[in-house]
Design a protein around this ligand. Structure first.
Ligand SMILES: NC(=O)c1ccc[n+]([C@@H]2O[C@H](COP(=O)([O-])OP(=O)(O)OC[C@H]3O[C@@H](n4cnc5c(N)ncnc54)[C@H](OP(=O)(O)O)[C@@H]3O)[C@@H](O)[C@H]2O)c1
Length: 305
């Protein structure tokens, strides 16, 4: 069954489907990316999340274009996001970097271009210490040129987001950061909403995901009976309960799967509603644990965590 996914209105006036397909994989072959995207679009995903640093834009673009060519979707029905990597934060590097992404994706524009991190990296891998306000001027140029319909940020903290919004001519429509039941992020989510910045959850499955190894007994969420009971009550999986918990907090989610059954599973979220008590139970798993601490940047001036 093809799922119809609701959309949220962005401050740019454009609309973003509230469930997107993540595409990051530490290791995958071209066919897996292509196939994952094709299965996603067939299942009803209309929002695809990639990044130049994922080194998969060519294959993600092939999947997208295959589904446009075979008539499953039109380009304007899709919402495609890619991200500027940290080594291209100089204002003059932003538009060329987006053009490179578009050439790999074989698309004329993206729906959303994100500054992947507030940190910038120099040719030696060290801190380039470029102010993200400078980077943002390049992002605004991308909108003016029609290469990106909307622009936003990722991994920005409250101070960084507030400073950016004060200086920006075109406001960031969203902040994409890690949010899941073991990293609930209430403060930053509320802050974003106050500024009309849509919170987008990456790694939304957190420690429920099979990709996360067991560590230090932090993974009670995989076995906890209360969560099992909630899942059973609705005929859903723990993963679906985690995603629904985020959606009911008005957070957009971009779960990644290249497994056909899970791609479909992660979209089957619109035929049940968690009660307030159940939301409180899921919320209670918070241990402020980051799956993506980005330790490589921890000594950089603009490290956000
Ligand atoms: N902006 C950023 O800095 C940033 C950082 C991290 C991620 N992201 C984006 O967010 C997306 C999602 O984050 P993520 O990939 O780190 O984590 P995730 O979506 O929370 O989890 C993905 C992992 O969970 C497995 N999985 C998927 N559905 C499942 C289900 N229903 N039950 C059990 N396991 C399931 C997947 O395996 P299979 O594929 O084998 O099914 C995959 O290994 C990324 O792909 C990327 O697009 C952005």
């Amino acid at each position: 069954m093809v799922q119809k996914v609701p959309k949220v209105k962005l401050s740019s006036g454009h609309e973003m489907p509230i469930v997107g397909l993540g595409t990051y994989a530490r290791k995958a072959d071209p066919a897996q990316y292509r196939q994952g995207v094709e299965w996603g679009i067939e299942a009803g995903y209309r929002h695809i999340d990639t990044a130049s640093s994922y080194n998969n834009e060519v294959y993600v673009g092939e999947g997208i274009n295959n589904k446009i060519k075979d008539g499953t979707v039109t380009r304007d029905q899709l919402f495609v996001t890619t991200k500027l990597w940290n080594n291209c934060h100089a204002e003059s590097d932003v538009v060329p970097s987006l053009k490179d992404s578009l050439a790999r994706l074989k698309l004329d524009y993206v729906d959303l271009y994100l500054v992947h991190w507030p940190v910038s990296v120099n040719a030696n891998g060290g801190d380039a210490d470029i102010d993200y306000l400078e980077t943002w001027r390049g992002m605004e140029e991308a909108v003016k040129l029609g290469l990106a319909k909307s622009i936003g940020v990722s991994n920005f903290n409250e101070q960084q987001l507030e400073r950016l919004i004060k200086a920006a001519n075109i406001k960031p429509v969203c902040n994409q950061f890690e949010i899941n039941p073991t990293l609930t992020q209430h403060k930053l989510v509320d802050f974003c909403k106050k500024l009309s910045v849509v919170p987008v959850a990456y790694t939304p499955l957190g420690l429920i995901s099979e990709a996360r190894p067991e560590f230090n007994g932090l993974d009670a969420i995989k076995t906890d009976a209360r969560l099992g009971d909630i899942a059973q009550k609705y005929g859903k999986t723990r993963a679906q309960i985690a995603l629904k918990y985020l959606l009911q907090r008005d957070i957009v989610v971009v779960p990644k799967s290249f497994t056909k059954s899970r791609i479909a599973e992660n979209l089957e979220l619109f035929d049940f509603e968690l009660t307030q008590d159940e939301m409180t139970i899921v919320d209670g798993f918070n241990i402020n644990h980051r799956c993506v601490p980005a330790n490589a940047f921890s000594s950089f001036k603009n490290y956000p965590f």
